[in-house]
Design a protein around this ligand. Structure first.
Ligand SMILES: O=C(O)CCC(=O)C(=O)O
Length: 268
């Protein structure tokens, strides 16, 4: 089977100022040089990945919890499958060269999806590029790529926009094979600084006892991805119009804005 080109979905996921700023403020005092997985599975510093980063615990406060719940709603996979939030800071020239996110954990299995949230906008560069994928429609190269840096030019790529997030799947629909189109790079920052928050989502629950501890030791609250069948969830100003046209009666209805590749509203 020839795999389909990857369609990373950009979507606003944070209220840009307060929530993005909050994540940066939580992370800033504890940033350390990022690492890659080296020989024997050890974490090592490498010129392949030159950012600084740290992790924020799941459900560590209300804002983190809200964001994690949104990631769960978007991926339709519970928060307990998410790793802690990794916040990254890229200074001038810093980057993450082409790689796949398919790290395996003994208990949680493979990382199946990534939600990459942009916390600010660098002055130049810093795009996320997918050099082994193609745009589903060639016109998108013009719409999205007008001001790309050399690293991103000609590729499926996204320039950071504060509050927006990208969702992409690293594992194919068979649940096992790696999707080569999901290889990606964090292009070098050419001006200013770039902050991101990454949520990696695993096939199975990721260290559930840690999550219960960081949620205060109590019972983990119900998650919003469990939705009432037949209930509309409005995520677009056009929802009232679609509802009036009877779309809410169509189970499984999902509206996409093809020009932006963003799902606006879903029903279960
Ligand atoms: O910073 C980026 O644009 C990409 C980050 C990334 O590749 C990752 O965190 O796995």
């Amino acid at each position: 089977m020839t795999p389909l080109p990857l369609v990373p979905l950009p979507r606003p996921i944070l209220t840009p100022r307060p929530q993005a700023k909050h994540l940066i403020e939580l992370a800033a005092p504890q940033m350390k040089r990022s690492t890659v997985v080296g020989a024997g599975g050890r974490s090592v510093e490498d010129s392949y990945r030159t950012s600084y980063g740290t992790f924020l615990k799941r459900y560590q406060d209300e804002i983190v919890e809200r964001i994690e719940n949104r990631v769960a709603a978007w991926t339709q996979i519970p928060v307990v499958h998410q790793e802690d939030t990794q916040v990254l800071r890229y200074g001038l020239g810093q980057q993450y060269k082409v790689h796949a996110d398919t790290l395996r954990d003994d208990e949680a299995g493979v990382r199946v999806a990534t939600v990459l949230i942009y916390l600010n906008e660098p002055e130049a560069g810093g795009e996320t590029a997918f050099p082994t994928s193609q745009w589903v429609h060639p016109s998108l190269a013009q719409t999205h790529g007008a001001n790309f840096s050399d690293c991103a030019r000609g590729h499926v790529a996204f320039a950071p926009k504060r509050g927006d997030a990208l969702l992409f799947w690293s594992i194919g629909p068979d649940g096992a094979s790696e999707d080569v189109h999901a290889s990606h790079t964090g292009c070098p920052v050419l001006g200013g600084v770039k902050w991101t928050a990454t949520k990696w989502v695993h096939a199975r629950p990721f260290r559930p006892t840690e999550m219960i501890a960081s949620a205060g030791g109590g019972v983990v609250r119900p998650q919003p991805y469990v939705r009432d069948p037949g209930v509309c969830y409005d995520e677009s100003s056009q929802c009232a119009e679609w509802a009036a046209a009877g779309d809410c009666d169509k189970v499984g209805f999902l509206v996409y804005n093809a020009s932006e590749l963003a799902p606006f509203r879903s029903m279960v």
